[in-house]
Design a protein around this ligand. Structure first.
Ligand code: SAM
Ligand code: SF4
Length: 437
């Protein structure tokens, strides 16, 4: 009988993408997906290292897995992803009951490691330091028939002082344009109508390929793919929304009217210490130029609260920029010390109670703005892509606008993956309610 697997994914979209490849690899090697960890023969954790609580959570979860394994010794446990790349052999020291450990550059080795574990009876691991096989070259087992993640680059050449990504994902390596386009065409032929291009710094795509082709050319080329209706991309860097990228977005048929536009802080003093290459005025200027070129474009952002040395005045600057930019949504994070990063050894780390107080004020401000922006949608007719049942109410479906807003609709006969027009009836901070027209 076939062995079964269950994957739990933590962290960002890049990890979701990698998990689809991991699932594809396992299925090519005869495994079948299990419904839950309790019944699976192999439980795999694809881990994240971006903040400390992700770290802590994993070791807690692995502790629970030990109890499961004591009851079911034939259970196999595998861990991969960013935290494994960071901790390497330490994972096996802290959790010696783990059977297989593999870093971010070693995804393709998983089937071999699983066999090695059975042959040797001891944990098998691989923590390579650079990409041998692009995860995108591996088979995928996609969660959605209508949407696909397409990785265009891995790694990051920036050195933001708070960020662990360059340590666990390495320098930027871009895929060849032809490979990306071939993959998207194959996906479109297979019924995929929306792709999300992924890169740690997605809009510097191609810079390591002798400087060409660049991100704007990639966006323009995607317009030519038959059957493709929507393109999104993440995570871009504000500084790399160059005029050619904005032009390519504005003239595109497929690129959606939504960007992620990570601010991190509104204080110039903090931005400098974060080693972000823009200042608040420049950031707002780039944002205005994008809005001028693409009316009705929506934006989400990332903000870190409590970066070392952040004063009340610095934080007020963040509130000012958030108020002025009027983001449609924001991912807000409390600063978390990451090993080996420059910010970890900066003096004057901010006290947790101050961070919490500032965090709550920022979230309150953003919720108000998000609701105001969503209310502007009431009474409008928009096209949405039906994504599946609403998590809150099975009698409703969740659908997404090109501007990345979730609309809840009465389920009726609506099939997942179809486009319909809806009239927006009501607004909430994180979603809209609509009716079919
Ligand atoms: N490449 C992306 C960029 O430049 O914005 C970000 C990648 S990271 C996966 C996503 C977000 O996590 C960052 O934008 C940042 O806001 C947040 N983040 C990264 N390191 C952090 C840290 N040490 N503490 C708190 N938040 C952090
Ligand atoms: Fe990290 Fe993004 Fe900065 Fe790269 S650009 S170091 S991934 S925050």
């Amino acid at each position: 009988m076939s062995k079964t697997y269950f994957i739990r994914t933590y962290g960002c979209q890049m990890n979701e993408h990698d998990s689809e490849r991991i699932a594809g690899l396992l299925e090519t090697n005869g495994y079948v997906r299990a419904h839950d960890a309790e019944t699976a023969d192999l439980v795999l954790f694809n881990t994240c290292a971006i903040r400390e609580n992700a770290d802590k959570k994993l070791y807690g979860t692995l502790g629970q897995m030990k109890r499961m394994k004591d009851a079911r010794p034939e259970l196999r446990i595998a861990v991969g992803g960013c935290q494994v790349q960071k901790d390497k052999a330490l994972v096996l020291e802290k959790a010696p009951w783990v059977d297989v450990a593999f870093g971010t550059f070693s995804v393709a080795e998983l089937p071999r490691l699983l066999i090695e574990r059975e042959e040797t009876g001891v944990p098998a691991f691989e923590f390579a330091e650079q990409t041998e096989t692009f995860p995108s070259a591996l088979p995928a087992r996609r969660d959605d028939p209508f949407h696909a993640w397409v990785s265009v680059s891995v790694g990051c050449d920036n050195a933001c002082t708070f960020c662990i990504v360059p340590f666990v994902r390495g320098p930027q390596v871009s895929r060849r344009l032809g490979d990306v386009l071939d993959e998207v065409q194959r996906l479109a032929d297979d019924g995929v109508v929306e792709v999300t291009l992924l890169g740690q710094n997605v809009n510097t795509y191609g810079r390591d390929l002798d400087g060409r082709p660049l991100f704007a050319e990639l966006l323009r080329a995607l317009d030519e793919i038959d059957g493709l209706r929507r393109v999104r991309f993440t995570s871009p860097h504000p500084h790399d929304f160059t005029p050619d990228v904005v032009d390519a977005m504005a003239s595109s048929r497929v690129v959606c009217e939504h960007i992620h536009f990570p601010l991190q802080s509104g204080s110039d003093r903090v931005l400098k210490r974060m080693r972000r290459s823009y200042r608040s005025a420049r950031y707002l200027e780039i944002w205005s130029s994008i809005r001028a070129a693409i009316p009705d474009i929506a934006a989400s952002t990332d903000v870190i609260v409590g970066f070392p040395g952040e004063t009340d005045e610095d934080f007020d600057e963040t509130l000012r920029v958030v108020e002025e930019a009027r983001f449609d949504s924001a991912y807000t994070f409390k600063y978390s010390i990451r090993p080996n990063t420059e910010a970890a050894s900066m003096p004057d780390q901010v006290a947790p109670e101050i961070v919490s107080e500032r965090y709550d004020r920022l979230v309150g401000l953003q919720e108000r703005i998000a609701l105001e922006k969503n209310r502007e949608m009431v009474g409008r007719r928009v096209e949405v892509l039906v994504e599946g049942s609403s998590k809150k109410d099975v009698a409703r479906v969740a659908a997404r606008t090109r501007t990345n807003k979730i609309v809840h609709l009465a389920a009726g006969q609506l099939a997942t993956g179809t486009f319909v027009d809806v009239l927006i009836g009501d607004a909430h901070p994180h979603h809209l309610d609509g009716v079919l027209v």
